[in-house]
Ligand binder design. Sequence first.
Ligand code: SF4
Length: 255
Amino acid sequence: MLRPSQEAGDNHEQVAADLDRRLGRLPTLEARLHVVAQLAPGPIAFSTSLGLEDQAILHAIAAEGAKVDVFTLDTGRHFPETIDTLARTEQRYGLRIRVVTPEAADVESLVARDGIMGFRLSIEARKACCEVRKVRPLRRALAGAGSWITGLRRDQSAGRSHIRFAAVDCEHRVVKISPLADWSLNRLEAFIAANEVPINPLYAQGFPSIGCQPCTRATSPGEDVRAGRWWWETQDGKECGLHANPRRPVRGTAA
Ligand code: SF4
């Protein structure tokens, strides 16, 4: 006899496989969000970094009137332009984006140990900072959610080239949905322009991927899109931990 956690995990696997098939056949982002709103296990959460991808998705969510918990992680180290984009986005779409912050005690302990710029000391120190300022708050923000919408695209980096439209995320026990998985940057920019979606002004200043201010630099023409993120590290595996292990099964399930 299956335990409840196994049944929930198996159900998530089936729904993810079904969504993965369906989303790939739908031509527009709005149509994909419509199907997600109908079929994805609830509550449905959407984490926005205010990047191009997430702004396009939020536009489609607003257009569809989809019932989605929209939140963003305020690491405390964002560019002022990112915060301004958050405010302009709320105004444009007439909604409130839930702002999730790290635990103050965690940040105080981290900074006391490594220093205010300690993330430059080593990859371990950088990951510790991302853990406190991003990974733990994300875990808290997703608690109780059934699905998690993200703006991941396959051509953002080699490490994201196998992103599926929908897959079970064992770490957060949700169905992780990436409705832009197959979109090119050109298609995304065309959507943004056609719909006059508000974007971070830093894109026009040579920042194709925008994270925390001290960990993001502008890139030169021809550089990888994510070359400006943690630029002092090697190019391989430059992730903050938010999107680790997307294809592992939910704990307690078989596959
Ligand atoms: S991107 Fe940089 S400042 Fe932001 S959480 Fe990670 S290490 Fe810390």
